[in-house]
Design a binder for this molecule. Sequence first.
Ligand code: NDP
Length: 281
Amino acid sequence: MSARIAGVIGWPVGHSLSPRIHGYWLRSLKIDAAYAALPAPPEDFSRAIEGLRRAGFAGLNVTLPHKHAAFAIAETLDDAARATGAVNLLLFRHGRVEGRNTDVEGLRASLVEEFGADIVNGAIAVVLGAGGAARAAAVALDRLGAKEIRFANRNPGRARTLAADLQPHLKAALVAIPWTEGTSAIEDAVLLVNATSAGMQGGPALDVSLETLPSGAAVYDVVYTPLETGLVRRAKARGLRAATGLGMLLNQAAPSFAAFYGVAPSITPELRHALAQALSP
Ligand code: NDP
């Protein structure tokens, strides 16, 4: 078999950690293959996909701002992609373009690793945000058995749209709440997930108080730059369990790698350490 090639397509894409993650696995598993970072502006996306497919790529990870365009291009979809309306993995197989969403599994697996499989089972979770990451969080929390998921977003209309779009796909009750009611909405929650981009390095901080979260609750921040976000620092200072989104990133990459190269990789402490170093100032 000739060497396989895959990559990540985005705009911009230079900051992506995916080449580092997949490169680590290719080297450690001694697989003769490549993984490239592929910048493509939105207006070139569909032509780029067609060109890469014809050039013999096994598939592509898809990052901002293309996850919805990838959903539209895909000829088949898995359940997670169908529910979220977003595709972060395109596979070119059997003459077809397959669309999958591994962000859902990435977050589900990371929550289990960090807080245990029962973290939201039969309980209430609050998600901040209403973009792609929030949609992935809705499906992941539903798969973990959440009874109710409350969404608070700066732009309240987007939270209402998210709840209406996803409710037919999920068992959990989805409730849109005003951003200003976030403090009271977390009083009876077991988990708070930040799925906004607030708190990212160089951007505005996340303006949310944790004072009303119950003492047994946990906090998960999908943001992973910086390695320890302000939200996670504040949660730990209150004695709460808290984690950033590096585990989500690694756990969405693993099924992508298996689909591209046919081998399930391991998320080793050495890999986590290498990424933590790459993210350290
Ligand atoms: P989107 O652009 O789809 O959504 C961004 C969200 O953040 C919106 O809900 C937006 O609210 C909100 N937001 C932005 N700035 C602020 C602010 N200052 N205060 C409050 N809310 C704000 O992005 P994604 O959902 O795709 O990504 C969100 C974050 O998740 C990013 O940081 C991304 O890197 C991260 N992510 C991490 C992954 C991982 O593997 N760990 C995977 C995917 C994403 P509004 O609608 O009001 O604009």
